[in-house]
Design a protein around this ligand. Structure first.
Ligand SMILES: Cc1cc2nc3c(=O)[nH]c(=O)nc-3n(C[C@H](O)[C@H](O)[C@H](O)COP(=O)(O)OP(=O)(O)OC[C@H]3O[C@@H](n4cnc5c(N)ncnc54)[C@H](O)[C@@H]3O)c2cc1C
Length: 383
């Protein structure tokens, strides 16, 4: 059951791009991902090859060295990354590429010229840093501060769980610039990795997504020039909300694509594995479980297509729809993955079987880019 692509949404050009992206993941990521999991890192050569293949920086215009492309190209990339065998390991690190769009939307001319050409080549990797030891879902309660001092800002504080921390060259850091103003007092700064005062803390051991490392950052009287302010002063929350909205839809799409891959792998597995003189597939229990999964996946795809059609009509991701998608699709993925592991038997628990890696990666999808509870909260509040 390959991804069900609606020809009324995607053009021939998008499908050509899909073939390029799929080939790239199959040849440049899937064969190496078990080693990257062991290393807890992806080599820079992967990023440089992705840059050469023209799959980084979708949406970045030629003026800044980018390949151009539209929102649906980003969707294609996201679906293919989610469906790939390597996606379960590299997902959080790979999705950082989406920050190019934030730079296009909110960067100054100088920031775009400085960073985008390097980002689209894979020479500059970003990390998005909001979460702190004492605040995650409650974005407005971050405590990292940036205080104006002459032509600089001085940053103090700490961040945690940051994806791709080991190889990031540039950090987008959410800070309080007006601590009394709550969400209206947040600003974002670009912080280069080699700035004095930036401490890279522990790399954290995780349940899954091993190739995509996560860790801690400390800012100790770190100085950045005021020109490193990203987006409006005290307007950082709007920057975050715009990117979180897109993130919600993209992680819903990844959840669906990953569940589809697990389903495909499981159908293949149960048709080959035998017990009690027949294939596992021949047991009616297996077929009932697979039928439930197929229904879940088809319904999920229909909702994603609905969100994409809204985008095409409105020119932006609808916040309410993205919130429903981010609630339902990762929970659906959880149901599907749990049954896929079960139908694999012991093999489903072994790291060498992709379904095992998809299972641990899928657990993340209900937690980050907004937890399921925060989605429920926001859907409920809007009723
Ligand atoms: C693998 C991984 C990668 C990550 N990458 C990044 C990254 O690159 N950059 C970054 O900034 N962050 C990153 N994060 C952090 C992630 O965004 C947060 O973990 C997430 O937002 C949840 O925040 P928290 O962990 O502080 O949980 P908390 O906010 O402390 O929540 C704990 C529990 O309480 C629930 N809860 C909280 N508030 C409410 C409420 N009002 N009503 C009901 N229930 C509530 C939550 O849903 C959750 O179940 C990453 C996390 C992981 C695990």
């Amino acid at each position: 059951m390959p991804l069900n692509i609606d020809p009324d949404i995607f053009t021939h050009g998008h499908e050509q791009f899909r073939r390029t992206v799929r080939h790239f993941f199959e040849t440049q990521a899937d064969p190496f991902v078990e080693q990257w999991d062991e290393d807890h890192a992806m080599p820079r050569s992967f990023w440089l090859k992705a840059g050469e293949a023209g799959i980084l920086g979708i949406g970045v215009s030629e003026e800044f060295g980018g390949p151009g492309g539209d929102f649906l190209d980003r969707v294609v990339m996201t679906q293919e990354m989610g469906y790939s065998i390597s996606g379960a390991s590299i997902g959080p690190a790979f999705q950082r590429d989406q920050m190019c769009e934030q730079l296009m939307d909110f960067g100054t001319e100088e920031q775009k010229r400085q960073w985008l050409p390097k980002m689209v080549k894979g020479e500059c990797l970003l990390a998005f840093t909001v979460t702190e030891p004492d605040s995650g879902s409650d974005l407005a309660s971050i405590r990292t501060t940036a205080v104006r001092n002459g032509d600089d800002y001085v940053i103090n504080g700490a961040k945690t769980y940051i994806s791709g921390i080991a190889d990031a060259d540039l950090f987008m850091v959410a800070c309080k610039t007006d601590p009394a103003a709550g969400s209206r007092g947040i600003s974002i700064f670009l912080v280069e990795r080699d700035r004095p005062g930036l401490g890279i803390g522990r790399i954290l051991k995780k349940m899954g997504c091993h190739a995509s490392n996560n860790g801690e950052l400390v800012f100790d009287n770190l100085r950045v020039p005021a020109t490193n302010l990203f987006g409006p002063l005290n307007g950082g929350f709007k920057v975050l909300v715009k990117s979180l909205n897109r993130d919600r839809l993209m992680w819903s799409i990844i959840a669906h694509a990953a569940a589809t891959r697990a389903f495909d792998l499981t159908v293949e597995f149960v048709k080959n594995r035998r017990a009690f003189g027949q294939t596992i597939f021949d047991f009616q229990n297996s077929q009932f479980k697979l039928a439930d999964m197929k229904a879940d996946l088809d319904v999920g795809q229909a909702y994603i297509d609905h969100c994409l059609r809204t985008y095409l009509r409105k020119g932006e991701v609808d916040m309410g729809e993205a919130t429903v998608a981010k609630l339902w699709l990762p929970e659906m993925e959880g149901r599907v993955l749990d049954q896929c592991v079960q139908l694999h038997g012991g093999a489903g628990y072994m790291h060498e079987y992709p379904v095992s890696r998809l299972f641990t990666a899928g657990r993340l999808h209900r937690i980050f880019a907004g937890t399921a509870e925060i989605m429920r909260l926001q859907i409920g509040r809007a009723l």
